[in-house]
Design a protein around this ligand. Structure first.
Ligand code: PMP
Length: 418
């Protein structure tokens, strides 16, 4: 088959100077960077760099403006009402730790003081970033960590979720799209169940943002988090969206310059709004990169991106399902998926071949996939496997990458038979 990515040329890594033969199937780990994003970072760093929110001179004021406009841009991308609901940090991992420390831990402390039990609810599909912070809090405050089962198709079991939420649930933290299963959860319905019981919700959007169309108001979550590098932006930059009423009541996560209204040796008062959670110097270059990534994707058109990725995802599933040695972690009923947003990632095993061996053989053909538990060890235990191979798609992939993957898997399978 030959559908060629119209956007591959935007990614310099495929140029003859770098990796012209690269078949990159690991966008779920990190997306490659279009030149627009790299150029924007370069331009900022060379011609506009200063510290934000501090200097009174024009250059610094311009950088403050860049950061504040970036908040508005990200708010718009997420369908939020205001840039004041957007906190910048280093990524999804930090954003989740921030919510755990600044928002949920005080709730647990309060409950403990009132001698009331607490529980935290997550799903079985969570990345360690959306598990470990809750696990630690649960251990520290003798709270129960409740885990929602999955359905055979890998989506969250809504009835089980319903049964786990109660008046002692302090937070529900769920992924919008698992980095192992790839299906989109109905987070709107999930968050509604929680908010009906006045339970706060955190949605891990790390994998979901690459298909655009996030609408935090429609989802109704209290917090939504994602990383710029899963959206063709740079690493070291993440976003925490929060409902407007929360930030004022939350304690700062880390302490340092730029977050106070007054300080004495014994006492500090903190400013209001997102800056309270952004101590120290902003990673402005990365924020610039994130804004450029959003502009780049908007310019391509989300409709075209999603149409293209869906087509590719269908071809990936179809091609793999034809292999008699293909063992998917979750089998998608493919015909039912025509016209629905298909997962752009798939996790699977090859009968008789260890996942790491498969990845090494593919690597020898310049095909990059992930092998292991993908920072979701309990999820693998849930499906009673140790590891899987994960292939994930991005804007630069086309049918020929999937054909190369299939040929590489054939080779791995043959090698092990011989
Ligand atoms: N959650 C999910 C679903 C992810 O896929 C990832 C990244 N693999 C993370 C959280 C953590 O993101 P980061 O490493 O950018 O903090």
């Amino acid at each position: 088959m030959s559908i060629i990515s119209p956007w591959k040329q935007d990614f310099p890594i495929f140029s003859t100077r770098a990796y012209p033969r690269l078949c990159y199937l690991d966008s779920a780990a990190t997306c490659l960077t279009p030149k627009h994003v790299a150029d924007a970072i370069y331009h900022y760093q060379c011609y506009a760099h200063a510290n934000s929110h501090k200097g009174l001179y024009q250059l610094s004021a311009n950088v403050t403006e860049i950061v504040e406009q970036a908040r508005e841009k990200v708010a718009h991308f997420l369908g939020a009402n205001s840039g004041q609901q957007i906190i910048f940090n280093s990524g999804t991992t930090e954003a989740l730790n921030l919510v755990a420390y600044s928002f949920v831990e005080p709730l647990l402390i309060k409950a403990q003081q009132q001698e009331t039990a607490s529980n935290i609810v997550i799903s079985a599909a969570e990345h360690h970033a959306n598990l470990l912070p809750w696990q630690r809090l649960a251990q520290q405050y003798q709270a129960e960590l409740r885990v929602v089962d999955l359905m055979p198709d890998g989506t969250l079991n809504i009835e089980h979720l319903r049964s786990l939420l109660d008046s002692e649930t302090r937070v529900l933290a769920v992924t919008h799209c698992s980095n192992v299963i790839g299906q989109y959860e109905d987070v709107q319905q999930i968050c509604q169940l929680a908010s009906d019981k006045k339970i706060a919700t955190v949605v891990d959007g790390a994998q979901a943002v690459a298909r655009g169309a996030v609408d935090v108001n429609a989802i109704g979550c209290d917090f939504y988090v994602f990383s710029a590098h899963k959206l063709y932006g740079p690493t070291g930059c993440g976003v925490l969206y929060g409902k407007v009423e929360h930030f004022d009541n939350m304690r700062p996560y880390q302490l340092g310059g730029g977050i106070i209204s007054s300080v004495s040796y014994q006492q500090s008062e903190f400013i209001a709004g997102p800056l309270k959670f952004e101590p120290g110097s902003h990673n402005v270059a990365a924020i610039v990169g994130l804004v450029e990534a959003i502009d780049y994707l908007n310019d391509l058109s989300w409709h075209d991106i999603n149409h293209y990725l869906n087509d590719l995802a269908f071809y990936l599933q179809q091609s793999l399902q034809e292999l008699k040695y293909f063992k998917p972690l979750v089998k998608l009923p493919l015909p039912e998926y025509k016209g629905v947003t298909l997962p752009t990632l798939t996790s699977f095993q090859i009968k008789g071949v260890h996942c790491h061996d498969v990845a090494s053989i593919l690597d020898s053909e310049d095909i990059a996939v992930r092998a292991g538990h993908h920072c979701a060890q309990p999820l693998h235990q849930f499906f009673a496997v140790n590891s899987t191979i994960r292939a994930s798609l991005g804007l630069y992939n086309d049918y020929s990458d999937i054909d190369r993957l299939v040929a590489g898997l054939d080779q791995a399978h043959q090698l092990m038979l011989s």
